[in-house]
Design a protein. Structure first.
Lengths: 282, 729, 187
């Protein structure tokens, strides 16, 4: 059993190329796994000191956030407030202060818990993940990246390097809601994020809606989007779309936190609630 | 009085804020070994044997089984039905089968993983309604309930309701734990740990090890919360640790991980309470017919006493000529339930208060008006036939809480606009709680307190009462200082060590301030009289008194107030020497998308008799009220095939700062003649009223009468959809 | 949770600053900072309430940030400044907790004190006003079962005042520094 604490991206990628390792960043998930004995890795790669994975920068194609960006950094970054405020809303709901100080964007993505708070926002924002390895780099959408229950498209020798949030239209509506087990330090029962743009006639031109804790992974609400695209946003349409989505887009379960029935109903009700005030009457 | 009634800095405060207070896990014991428990993975079965992996080097550890106990394999408490270690019949998930100790934790974990119990699993019983094994049954009767229902007056109504409360986890932030030393040459034992009742632990060790009480020394260390959860369970931990220490020949530390603690320690008894009430048109309660069923889990533990207290409080703080309360607590294959603040009363108080709201609604009366109409007063008579002779702050607490909150002016369950996205509501509860042990309990206990002068003239208080956060040390310091005419610095509190302190009775039942503090006051007054008055400071006079050959030791035994009588067979008479009284009003906001509940403000007025330390008692009220708010809507404890599902802190939810209402606490002082400076016990009282007050407020907000606590968002949604079926998906 | 990670990895040398003093220790890299503090360094003020990062009792400051010592492998504190409840510069907070009755059983108190320190110092750096709502947010990761939090929050405000920060009590239910994510939709 060995632990490598990398101090540079090159060192980290070299280590991963040599042999697979469990990647450790903020530790908010992995340290609990280690201690409980659920995870007993042969090799651990500690990347918390890899400076190249930090930083938030505005680029031509959008806002790039390093994989090691913590929730606290997200909360404090003026660039995030300007260009991706929805991410800020989600970061605020992650755990509490101590967790926010350590939990990272890359960790949220890499752990791929279906209850992750940040991941639905990344999907709603159309974010892309950049993966690097000794073999090179590639990008894919966050949706493509999150493949299943705690499963991602990351190859064993790859690291999440950064996330790109494409520039969003100024007129876009962006909404987020987490329903947890309590007001802080809680795991989501239902978590929803959406972005919506209307065209000149007031019809829904673009709509990305994603939810967590309602299936084995974060997923797009395809029926919700399909029902509303091209339509004017009325309360009737919204309600119908939300109810249809709750019936067919998700695969919720009963678990220790909540029930499938609750998740279905609350998803529908939250979707309505998030866009209620933006509807053309009735 | 210089200290009683004014706030002292907590005597244990400086160490706690410095991080130097020593809890059991902070003790560095050279050569200590680490203990662990092999537990049953099923709720019901027959243990056929325990296999050991041949690949593990068993010489590195010690293993202890029931056959290693030198005394009886009995966990001594009330009834001898619970073994220290299971021999054959498994009755609950997590039942301890075998103990292991190792020099380090990694070896311990490996050893536990290398043990395989062979068990024939049987079908377990988890529904208390179906259980035929009764731990205890009782009936409380006043007047003639049957006759009242047979001949109801004109205009009266019969209103029925069934109310349920689930289990609840104490969640002391410091898990259970103790350290035991191997026996001395004479067989005497030493255990130090996190516990509420050192003399209970001693009694358990005496039985399991076959030794005399003087040979079982138990020392309470700084304890990080108890709330009843460390009343009886530490005896289990202590017997296990002591057995391992004996077999290992090393001191053994047995400190539970949170996961284990949540899975196997006793929690609040789940309850089902049925009400059938005959009420006059004007809201006067004519007859209360109440049926109480508690699930006791696998073993008796404290269930008879929990049922007792729950049943006695089941009719609420109300006048009613005809009352029948039938109660039973039964066995199931759940992990045994045990003590948790309130001890049966929160469950039955929840039921009567929800029933009162139901009655108010059906009669078209305001809930506050209904309470006022029926509230007991001075010289009122309770369900057990007790005449309330003194210290009844019923009207005062109603006036204060209702006045401050404006609840009486608030139109309860008024119609709401359907477009509201969130709804606010107000609701109330009114309740009392008997202080001290039930009936003749205190007389039987014969609790004692000793005060002894030290050579330098300071006074040492020796009592078996423990500081577990509620302020015992500070209360005793204030009482002793004033009763002696001494300074705070003149008072020394002996650590609760059974080798040094008398048995003052357990630190439970809202008795520490009133009963033990009362004995302390008497002892100090006696000592002050012996020392004599004078111009010099107490310490000087006391030292001089000793130098003269004076006897500086006073021991006082509890004396029940005159004129109290209790019939234990018929549950009639003076159930408690006195009651604490309270009224809660809760303001909630319910989100109609998610049915999440926020408790925004919480008013509580409490009659404490005398606030020995006002800030301390307000702190107790805030803390207890928040536990009740958690019980009302957040804190879920459920079981699947007898296994607790919320076995991690991530899933066992208690309120954070953001789940906490703004508290408005009003203290009322209606002095009790047999309490120190008029004080009466209130440690548990705040736990009783929060849940019904919150559900009353939710009812106001949503127009839904919920009858089960916790009123989780899931349950509220289900009730809402039942009332608004068009919203179903 | 008991250090299974003890078994993982050969020990490394670790240098960091603890409560203002440079320290050097040798420990397995994944050993929890919590255990390093309590055992190797005999600083038992930092408590373990759950071992899963949920209760906040193990809160320490790492480079000025409130951090759960049960979730930090000690290889990650190399070169950092770690402060615990035993450390200096916490006296005003201690005094405030005593004055306001902010401690009952005391097991959550060390974590409350360090979390308070992290927040107050952060407010001072940013010039933010200390409010009651902000204090609630700042301590939302610290569970207390005894007090109902009321007196802890008063202690935080008092400590901030004693440290010369601008304190405006404000509304209990107001949004804290980070604000509410739930939007009140107009009816």
């Amino acid at each position: 059993m060995s632990v490598v604490s990398a101090r540079s991206l090159a060192e980290a990628l070299r280590a991963l190329a040599e042999a697979p390792a469990l990647v450790l960043a903020g530790g908010t998930d992995l340290m609990v796994e280690f201690e409980s004995g659920r995870t007993q890795p042969a090799r651990v790669l500690d990347i918390l000191r890899v400076g190249e994975l930090r930083g938030i920068a505005l680029q031509a194609d959008g806002l790039r956030l390093g994989a090691l960006t913590s929730c606290t950094e997200i909360l404090r970054a003026p660039l995030v407030r300007q260009h991706a405020p929805l991410l800020l809303e989600a970061a605020r709901e992650v755990g509490a202060v101590q967790i926010q100080n350590r939990a990272t964007l890359g960790g949220n993505l890499g752990t791929a818990s279906p209850a992750a708070d940040l991941n639905p926002v990344l999907v709603a924002l159309g974010a892309r993940v950049r993966l690097v390895s000794a073999r090179g780099a590639r990008e894919l959408s966050v949706e493509e990246f999150l493949t299943g229950y705690r499963a991602t498209a990351r190859a064993p020798d790859e690291l999440i390097e950064s996330v790109l949030v494409p520039h969003r239209p100024a007129s876009e509506l962006a909404r987020f809601r987490k329903v947890g087990t309590r007001r802080a330090q809680s795991i989501a029962k239902v978590v929803v994020a959406l972005t919506l743009t209307r065209d000149a006639r007031g019809a829904v031109a673009e709509l990305r809606a994603a939810a967590g804790s309602v299936a084995e992974r974060t997923l797009r609400l395809a029926t919700f989007e399909r029902t509303l695209l091209g339509q004017r946003l009325t309360r009737r349409q919204l309600s119908d779309a939300a109810r249809a989505s709750a019936r067919s887009d998700i695969r919720p379960r009963d678990d220790v936190r909540s029930t499938a029935d609750y998740r279905r109903h609350v998803l529908a009700r939250v979707l309505v609630d998030l866009l209620h005030a933006d509807c053309d009457a009735p | 009085m210089r200290h009683v009634g004014t706030d002292l800095v907590r005597t244990d405060g400086p160490a706690k804020v410095a991080g130097s207070a020593r809890y059991v896990a902070d003790l560095l014991v050279p050569g200590v070994w680490f203990g662990g428990t092999l537990r049953s993975p099923v709720a019901c079965g027959t243990l056929r044997g325990i296999e050991r992996d041949a690949g593990f080097d068993w010489s590195r550890v010690v293993v202890a089984g029931p056959g290693d106990l030198p005394g009886e394999n009995v966990q001594a408490l009330i009834v001898d039905d619970q073994p220290v270690l299971c021999e054959r019949d498994i009755r609950h998930w997590g039942e301890p089968l075998l103990l292991v100790a190792a020099p380090d934790r990694v070896t311990l974990q490996a050893a536990l993983a290398a043990l395989r119990p062979r068990i024939d699993e049987h079908e377990g019983l988890f529904d208390a309604e179906l259980s035929t094994q009764v731990f205890k049954e009782l009936e409380i009767a006043r007047g003639d309930v049957e006759q009242a229902f047979r001949a109801p007056p004109d205009g009266s109504r019969v209103i029925e309701g069934t109310y349920r409360s689930d289990s609840q986890e104490q969640l002391y932030i410091e898990p259970q734990g103790c350290i035991a030393w191997p026996p001395a040459a004479d067989g005497s034992l030493l255990v130090q740990g996190s516990l509420q009742c050192p003399h209970y632990v001693r009694k358990a060790l005496v039985r399991a090890f076959g030794i005399a009480p003087e040979q079982a020394r138990v020392v309470q260390l700084e304890t990080g919360g108890g709330f009843g959860g460390k009343e009886e369970y530490p005896s289990v931990v202590a017997c296990h640790a002591a057995l391992l220490a004996r077999v290992a020949g090393h001191p053994v530390q047995l400190i539970y991980e949170r996961h284990e603690d949540l899975g196997v320690t006793p929690k609040r008894h789940p309850a089902r309470v049925r009400h059938r009430t005959l009420v006059a048109a004007d809201g006067t309660l004519l007859a209360l017919d109440i049926d109480v069923l508690f699930d006791g889990g696998a073993y008796t533990t404290l269930s008879p006493v929990v049922l007792s207290r729950g049943a006695i409080h089941a009719a609420g703080p109300y006048r009613c000529e005809n009352v029948r309360i039938r109660g039973r607590v039964v066995a199931t294959h759940h992990v045994p339930y045990g003590a948790f603040r309130g001890f049966g009363a929160p469950q039955t108080c929840f039921a009567i208060e929800r029933q009162m709201d139901r009655i108010a609604r059906e009669l078209g009366l305001h809930p506050a008006a209904l309470r006022r109409k029926n509230a007991l007063e001075l010289r009122g008579v309770t369900a057990t036939g007790q005449v309330l002779k003194e210290s009844v702050g019923a009207r005062e607490v109603l006036d204060l809480a209702l006045g401050r909150s404006g609840f009486e002016r608030h139109p309860w369950r008024a119609a709401r606009r359907s477009e509201e996205r969130v709804r606010r509501g107000l609701g109330m509860s009114f309740f009392f709680h008997g202080a001290g042990f039930t009936g003749s309990g205190e007389q039987l206990l014969q609790g004692r307190v000793r005060v002894a002068l030290l050579p330098d003239g300071r006074a040492e208080v020796l009592a078996g009462s423990t500081e577990i956060g509620q302020g015992t040390n500070t209360l005793f310091t204030a009482i002793a200082a004033d009763a002696l005419g001494a300074a705070v610095d003149d008072i020394v509190l002996a650590q609760p060590d059974t080798a040094r302190v008398p048995d003052s009775g357990p630190t439970v039942a809202s008795r520490t301030c009133m009963v033990v503090g009362g004995c302390l006051e008497r002892a100090c007054r006696e000592l002050a009289q012996r020392v004599g008055a004078g111009a010099a400071a107490f310490r000087e006079r006391a030292a001089a008194f000793l130098a003269r050959g004076g006897d500086g030791v006073v021991t006082v035994t509890y004396r029940a107030p005159a004129g109290l009588s209790w019939d234990d067979a018929r549950y009639r008479g003076d159930a408690y020497p006195v009651y604490g009284w309270a009224c809660d009003v809760a303001e909630v906001e319910v989100d109609l998308a998610s049915f999440e509940v926020r408790v925004l403000r919480f008013w509580t007025a409490v009659d404490v008799g005398k606030a020995i330390q006002p800030r301390l008692v307000a702190g107790q009220i805030e803390g207890g009220s928040l536990q009740a708010v958690g019980f009302a809507h957040l804190e879920v404890v459920s079981s699947e095939r007898g296994r607790v599902q919320q076995d991690r802190l991530a899933t066992c939810i208690i309120p954070t700062t953001l789940d906490t209402p703004e508290f408005f606490v009003d203290l009322v002082e209606m002095p009790f003649s047999n309490g120190p400076y008029g004080a009466k016990g209130v440690g548990e009282l705040p736990m009783d009223g929060g849940a019904p007050a919150v559900l009353s407020a939710i009812e106001d907000a949503l127009g839904l009468h919920l009858d089960t606590t916790p009123a989780t968002s899931e349950r509220i949604l289900a009730a809402w959809l039942a009332a608004h079926p068009e919203e179903r998906l | 949770m008991r250090s299974r990670s003890e078994a993982l990895g050969p020990p490394i040398e670790l240098a960091f600053v603890l409560n203002g003093r440079p320290r050097a220790v040798v420990a397995p890299p994944l050993r929890r900072l919590l255990d390093l503090l309590r055992e190797e360094l005999a600083l038992t003020g930092t408590k373990e309430g759950c071992g899963e990062g949920e209760c906040g009792a193990c809160t320490v400051l790492v480079d000025g940030q409130a951090t759960l010592a049960c979730l930090v492998p000690c290889c990650q504190v190399a070169g950092c400044e770690v402060r615990t409840v035993e450390g200096p510069e916490l006296d005003e907070i201690r005094a405030a907790f005593l004055a306001e009755g902010g401690a009952q059983c005391g097991i959550c108190t060390p974590g409350m004190i360090t979390a308070t320190a992290a927040w107050i110092e952060d407010c001072r750096r940013s010039g933010a006003t200390v409010t009651l709502a902000g204090a609630r947010q700042a301590l939302a990761g610290n569970l207390c079962r005894c007090t109902g939090y009321a007196r802890i929050l008063e202690a935080v405000l008092l400590a901030a005042r004693e440290r010369g920060l601008r304190v405006e009590r404000g509304e209990y239910g107001a949004s804290g520094e980070s604000g509410e994510s739930r939007r009140e939709a107009a009816p």
